[in-house]
Ligand binder design. Structure first.
Ligand code: SF4
Ligand code: SF4
Length: 80
């Protein structure tokens, strides 16, 4: 697997799945549970439960980064 040529969305390329790892970090000291990130998370990784942000299955994350753009508190970080 050539990681330098990693332009494809792994969600669209099953061959890349085994090498696909996402570390999604929520800084709960910054998060105010506004829910903005959950509104744009299409795979449902980020959801509100009892008015609190919860991370469900991080393996569903497609690294779209929409949640980062929506978070006014900069409480989310994604590493791969
Ligand atoms: S990067 Fe995209 S898929 Fe992943 S948690 Fe954020 S909004 Fe959801
Ligand atoms: S957008 Fe940011 S502050 Fe709002 S719930 Fe998501 S992580 Fe928390």
């Amino acid at each position: 697997m050539n990681m330098e040529n990693n332009e494809k969305n792994p969600a669209e390329d099953p061959e890349m799945e085994s090498d696909f790892f996402v570390s999604l970090m929520i800084d709960y000291n910054k998060c105010n549970n506004c829910g903005r990130c959950t509104e744009v998370c299409v795979p449902g990784v980020l959801v509100m439960v009892n008015n609190q942000l919860e991370v469900t299955d991080v393996e569903l994350c497609n690294k779209c980064a929409d949640c980062l753009k929506r978070c006014l508190k900069r409480a989310i970080s994604i590493n791969d």
